[in-house]
Design a protein around this ligand. Structure first.
Ligand code: UDX
Length: 433
């Protein structure tokens, strides 16, 4: 089957490469000439484990193509995926759909035979209907269908999530579009992945509801962590104890500095906005957003407390800047709130991240970046772990102690055990323990 994917960002690139791995012929198209040129040279615009090989392999097999020419990409395509950005609109938190609608209006001219236009980007409920309305004004209704097929990809594990998903959700409003989508996902039918075919609005809302629910689990356990600190309980054991209940489940119950990334913050805001507009405000989601925003700033106070309530002129080492490990993505990372808050209290920030420093340099000011964790620690009054990269889990603690001015660890991801750290001579504070 031949398909086109518009947008070679995170979602478009991973989806396009994975569909080609299924055996489909995929052309990915992007307006950014330099990005396409780089991909042609084998340079990926994002860091995602396994992506470079996957792209190279499928390009070589002539199943995966990249172009800036939409007309060429759509030639013979039975499905066109829209995977452009849907950022938070500045000022009001609504999803900004200008790129989606621009793509729709542009692609209309190139629909020849029956084509399904599929939204892969996360779009608010009703966007599919609006796309259909706009397309109907430009081309005959009988030659296109509109489907919603939200992605549920975690950065850092996106290929695995695409190839072996818990489920696939497809929203359609006619049998013809459903048949095309069924054919597209046939390789997953064979591996018995549940494929939920439903209405378009239901599919659109399912994506937001899934992300909001996961974000709720995180804000919930983060508040429980705060309470644990007050009453002498251990949040990790609480998470374990409740997570063993199958109705709750153990995942997404790691307390930390708050959720970040390209999805949870933006999608919870957009969902809250559309719920309000629909006259069905979501009080729980609003609370989740508020808890998360306050949390990031509260993390800076934790560091202040660990440094005897004084950060003026003190060198603070930060390990980890990205919103989670195995990505170079800095979008809405807690580090972007925590570091400026520490600087406002007078701290001199030295930082290291295995993948995120190039991007971090554009987003943070007055930070000294280092090429390895140990250089970051030299002369530091405290070290703050913001992202749980594997390489921070097994640092040489003796060397750390020798390098630091004060052996103080503020572990915002609970990657170390407090008792072990105390035995090694560190003053340790974690989350909710
Ligand atoms: C998320 C969803 O998981 C994915 O299904 C969706 O399509 C896109 O958004 P992603 O943003 O890549 O994926 O990362 P995820 O692993 O979900 O983590 C999001 C944030 O929550 C990170 O900042 C992470 O550190 C935080 N988190 C996650 C916690 O603080 N505790 C947890 O238990 C889990």
């Amino acid at each position: 089957m031949k398909i086109a994917v518009i947008g070679t960002g995170y979602v478009g690139l991973v989806s396009g490469a994975c569909f080609s791995e299924f055996g489909h012929t995929v052309t990915c198209v992007d307006k950014d000439i330099s990005k396409i040129a780089r991909i042609h040279r084998g340079v990926m615009p994002i860091y995602e484990p396994g992506l470079e090989d996957l792209v190279a392999r499928n390009c070589k097999a002539e199943r995966l193509f990249f172009t800036t020419d939409l007309k060429e990409a759509m030639k013979g395509a039975q499905a066109v995926f829209i995977a452009v950005g849907t950022p938070s609109r500045r000022g009001d938190g609504h999803a900004d759909l200008q790129y989606v609608y621009a793509a729709v209006e542009e692609l209309a001219a190139y629909i020849e035979d029956y084509t399904v236009i599929v939204t892969k980007s996360t779009v608010p409920v009703g966007t599919g209907a609006e796309i259909k309305k706009r397309l109907s004004a430009l081309v005959d209704d009988s030659i296109f269908g509109v489907a919603s097929n939200p992605e549920f990809l975690r950065e850092g594990a996106a290929i695995e999530d695409f190839m072996r998903p818990d489920r696939v959700v497809v929203g359609v409003d006619c049998d013809k579009a459903q048949a095309v989508m069924q054919e597209l996902y046939r390789p997953l039918f064979l591996s018995e992945t549940p494929i939920v075919f439903t209405g378009r609005e239901t599919a659109e809302l399912s994506k937001y509801a899934a992300n909001a629910f996961l974000a709720t689990k995180i804000s919930f356990i983060n508040e429980i962590a705060d309470m644990c600190e007050k009453v002498g309980a251990d949040v990790q054991m609480v998470a374990k104890a409740i997570g063993l209940d199958n109705r709750i489940g153990g995942k997404f119950l790691h307390a930390g500095p708050g959720f970040g990334g390209s999805c949870f913050p933006k999608d919870t805001r957009a969902l809250a906005k559309s719920a309000e507009a629909a006259g069905a405000p979501l009080r729980i989601v609003n609370a989740v957003i508020e808890v998360n925003e306050n949390r990031k700033l509260a993390m800076a106070d934790k560091v202040l407390t660990a440094c005897s309530d004084d950060l003026k002129g003190k060198k603070i080492a930060v390990l980890g800047l990205t919103f989670k490990p195995n990505t170079d993505d800095m979008r809405e990372s807690p580090s972007l709130d925590i570091i400026p808050a520490l600087q406002a209290k007078g701290a001199d920030i030295h930082a290291f991240d295995p993948k995120g420093m190039d991007e971090a340099e554009n987003l943070l000011t007055d930070v000294t970046f280092h090429e390895d964790p140990y250089a970051t620690l030299e002369g530091a009054e405290a070290v703050v772990i913001i992202t749980e990269w594997n390489q921070f889990r097994a640092l040489d603690f003796e060397r750390m102690k020798d390098l630091m001015n004060n052996p103080v660890i503020v572990d915002l991801r609970n990657i170390y055990a407090g008792v072990d750290m105390a035995a090694l001579g560190f003053t340790y504070s974690g989350i909710g323990r």
